[in-house]
Design a protein around this ligand. Structure first.
Ligand SMILES: Cc1ncc(COP(=O)(O)O)c(C=O)c1O
Length: 454
């Protein structure tokens, strides 16, 4: 059964269960577990070949312990960038040796913890290296455990993609050390020459909006740097390359493109030596592993016609689709309209006499937040909608569940995983996150403290 068919079964099952009849939470996020499994397998197959691979999931794409647990169970590792993400990764069951710690602002406490755990560590800058030098003097490394991968994050300065905010290889990006900046190559050579425990280089040129050629150019620059440092040191000190994540996702249709195979082919064309087994390779994909597996489903509360537009007011807006609401040109989303029982509404299902039979209506799909930019999509053709219909927001499995916006004190929605029995179409649910309650919102907003203010 294809993922589109599984999604249709899941929507109908949610509707049949009466999920959207609940006025407290008329929306939910769902994740297709089989689709995630399939993506993990595609990644592993695409990177098949000699040498060690450590495929990690970027926790920031899904800060949900059970979802991270799916990746741990599949044998992957986890890339984390904060103490919270690290705690989630450990709870999800990742062995510390399969955890990679990034972040441009690691505190001494965080660095000490990473060293004690034996996690891989991508050093952002020279000041951080000096902290690590000092911390290493009193953190014992258990010789029974494999030596962690530790090395610099390199900004190859090979250029930005179409979304500036997602580009980490621009000339002035805040991440890592700028490879083209004066003195960087010398600094790196001296750092590696003086520290036998530096054995890795890291590059992540950016996320959505990057072209494969640009990602490959960043990896090529770092591969050449590793070869150069090794040649100058006279031995293969750097034997690990962490090539980051960043494979873009197609948000325009159900097609998964580009694929992990295309990603590998683009890199291999530019850096044929990368896959010959001399380097252990780490990857840190997020969006490409999860986006297409996720759907947000919300009830339509009202439908209005304003200025020639059908305006569909739903319960999913900027609180779950923050980037889309604030930067819609960079983060467009696809929505589909469904009847209250979850079935796809065809264009011809308009009300007789409303002038829209057989055709779509120019529509905006809006959320519940109090600002007019709170839109999931603008000026798209949709069938005539009615209160009680459902709107499905597609490809929202990465970042949308982990990047909530607390404006208007709207609750974080619940999230469930699902699987579908191919024999009978029966949907099996797995609870991932409970919807936030008003009591929880009050508690995190200083509730109960009003009296202590005087
Ligand atoms: C260091 C690092 N690795 C991996 C990722 C994941 O990127 P993506 O979700 O585009 O694969 C990010 C995203 O910001 C990142 O900063």
């Amino acid at each position: 059964m294809e993922s589109v068919e599984r999604r249709a079964h899941a929507l109908e099952a949610l509707a049949a269960e009466g999920v959207f009849d609940n006025d407290d939470h008329p929306l939910i996020g769902v994740l297709d577990r089989q689709a995630v499994r399939d993506r993990v397998r595609e990644l592993e197959d695409a990177f098949d070949g000699p040498g060690r691979r450590l495929h990690t999931v970027a926790a920031k794409a899904a800060t949900l312990v059970p979802v991270l647990g799916w990746f741990a169970e599949a044998g992957m590792g986890c890339e984390v960038a904060s103490p919270g993400e690290l705690a989630m990764a450990l709870e999800a069951g990742f062995d510390p040796s399969r955890i990679v710690f990034d972040s441009p602002a690691k505190t001494r406490t965080e660095l000490r913890r990473a060293l004690e755990l034996g996690a891989d560590l991508n050093i952002d800058n020279v000041q951080e290296l000096q902290r690590i030098d000092r911390l290493r003097q009193d953190v014992d490394h258990d010789p029974a455990r494999p030596a962690p991968g530790i090395g610099f994050r390199i900004n190859p300065q090979t250029g930005a993609g179409s979304i500036e905010a997602m580009s980490t290889a621009s000339h002035t990006s805040k991440f890592g050390v700028g490879l083209a900046d004066p003195g960087t190559r010398r600094m790196l050579f001296e750092a590696y020459a003086a520290r036998p425990w530096l054995n890795q280089l890291h590059v992540h040129s950016g996320s959505q909006g990057m072209e494969l050629k640009q990602i490959a150019a960043g990896i090529a620059a770092v591969y050449e740097l590793a070869e150069e440092i090794n040649a100058r040191l006279g031995h293969r000190r750097i034997d690990r390359l962490d090539i980051g994540g960043g494979l873009p996702v197609n948000f325009a249709s159900d097609e998964t493109t580009p694929t992990f195979r295309e990603y590998r082919a683009a890199i291999e064309q530019m850096v044929p030596g990368l896959f010959d087994g001399r380097y252990s390779l780490t990857t840190e994909f997020g969006r490409s592993l999860l986006a297409k597996a996720g759907t947000i489903v919300a009830r339509v509360e009202y439908v209005k016609h304003i200025g020639g537009r059908q305006v569909v007011i739903t319960h999913a807006g900027a609180q779950v689709a923050t980037r889309t609401a604030f930067a819609p040109e960079s983060w467009p989303l696809r929505v589909s309209l469904h009847t209250p029982d979850g079935k796809l509404k065809a264009a011809g299902s308009a009300q007789e006499g409303d002038g829209s039979e057989g055709a779509g209506l120019r529509s905006d799909v809006a959320g519940p937040c109090c600002f007019s930019g709170d839109l999931l999509t603008e000026d798209v053709e949709l069938p005539a909608a009615e209160p009680g219909d459902l709107v499905a927001v597609h490809d929202t499995g990465a970042y949308y569940f982990s990047t909530p916006f607390a404006y208007n004190a709207l609750p974080r929605p619940g999230v469930r995983g699902y699987g579908v029995d191919p024999a009978d179409g029966g949907v099996r649910w797995e609870g991932i996150r409970r919807a936030q309650s008003v009591e929880e919102i009050l508690a995190e907003s200083g509730g109960g403290r009003a009296a202590s203010l005087d």
